[in-house]
Write a protein that binds this ligand. Structure first.
Ligand SMILES: [Zn+2]
Length: 361
């Protein structure tokens, strides 16, 4: 009798490579009929490849894509390298779940979905690794790398999405998505918007750290005397900080709030309607009183001319963008080191709202 690998043989691993999972499987994937897996596509955000084998859906998450995509080389090379590294998997078949593999995979951190119920009836010895569908697929992954790489290439900067409706539907990867994710901005990219839309201004659309986006928005339209622009209140009904409150808040937050629109604020807190000079969008139109200002989290999905790891100078990036836009030539965005808001953090100036996807509103 052959001895099957068990839980303990894999205890050293946190995740497992496709080859390891196949070698540890006690399901005869290769003899499985029909021997046909269909590649369904990839989710770039999640770094997942999706397949169908018969009526079941299989998912292979490839976390290493995030890392290797920053390296030099062709998409195909990067993909092959990533697929040799650890993966997380899931199959919708009953065997994956009830045969104990999802449980074992949870213990060993190679299951995409958690299963904490010990398979006391079906697989009490915790033998094997994955179901026959995954055993088959994981042994054949190199057959699909061309298709996946083609998907990556096809979507590189060619389709942009800007609006919220698309945000949930589309997970199309783009070049920037591939190389940059959220970059050195620790918690992703943000844009401060008076109304939640992404119109930007004549000099493009700016995204940056949450702090930078917040500061830019507050500088443009004023600072709430109490709390934050969270998208829940209308501009016209929000009491704005006057000079007295601005001074106190500047001290509390550790940065100066008397910039931009706030320079002209009255001494005491005030309602926007009481001020003659209206706050304006980047394009010069006045912020509506029923607008709901907010800081939205976005992904950059259009092409960029440089990496966020080698940002340009603030003035240079914005100068180039302004010049490109004037000429109707702005196609790519530029990462730069902030000279103003959240000084020293990395921001990006983008041609317009089509360059980003709204992640959270
Ligand atoms: Zn399966």
């Amino acid at each position: 009798m052959i001895s099957l690998p068990t839980f303990r043989d894999f205890q050293e691993l946190n995740e497992a490579s496709p080859a390891e999972l196949v070698s540890g499987s006690n399901r005869a994937g290769r003899r499985f009929v029909p021997l046909r897996a269909e590649y369904l596509g990839l989710s770039f955000r999640k770094k997942e490849l999706r397949f169908a084998v018969g009526k079941y859906r299989l998912t292979v998450a490839v976390p290493a894509l995030k890392v290797v995509s920053r390296l030099k080389g062709s998409d195909l090379d990067k993909l092959s390298a990533a697929l040799g590294d650890d993966v997380r998997v899931h199959c919708t078949c009953p065997d994956f779940r009830y045969g104990g593999f999802q449980y074992v995979g949870t213990q060993l951190d190679y299951s995409l979905r958690t299963e904490d119920r010990f398979p006391s009836v079906r697989n009490p010895k915790e033998e094997g690794t994955v179901c026959k569908h995954l055993t088959y697929l994981l042994g054949q992954l190199d057959h699909y790398t061309d298709d996946v790489a083609a998907d990556i290439a096809r979507s590189r900067g060619t389709r942009w999405y800007s609006d919220v409706r698309h945000a949930n539907e589309s997970e199309l990867p783009t070049f920037n998505d591939f190389v940059d994710e959220s970059g050195p901005s620790p918690d992703g990219w943000y844009h401060g918007s008076p109304s939640g839309d992404l119109r930007g201004g004549p000099n493009g659309l700016h995204v940056g750290s949450k702090l930078a986006a917040t500061q830019a928005l507050e500088s443009r339209i004023g600072v709430p005397a109490d709390g934050w622009w969270d998208g829940k209140r209308t501009y016209g009904s929000t009491l704005l900080a006057g000079q007295r409150t601005l001074a106190r808040l500047s001290k509390e937050r550790g940065y100066g709030l008397v910039t931009g629109y706030n320079c002209g604020a009255p001494q005491e807190d005030y309602l926007p309607k009481s001020r003659k000079d209206r706050a304006k969008y980047g394009d010069g139109t006045a912020v509506e009183y029923d607008a709901r200002p907010r800081v939205v989290k976005v992904s950059i999905v259009g092409p960029m001319s440089n990496s966020s790891y080698s940002p340009m100078e603030d003035a240079r990036a914005n100068g180039i963008m302004a010049g490109m836009r004037r000429r109707g030539m702005a196609r790519k965005g530029y990462f730069y080191t902030n000279a103003g808001e959240d000084e020293g953090s990395v921001s990006a100036v983008l041609p317009d709202g089509r360059h980003v996807l709204v992640e959270e509103v």
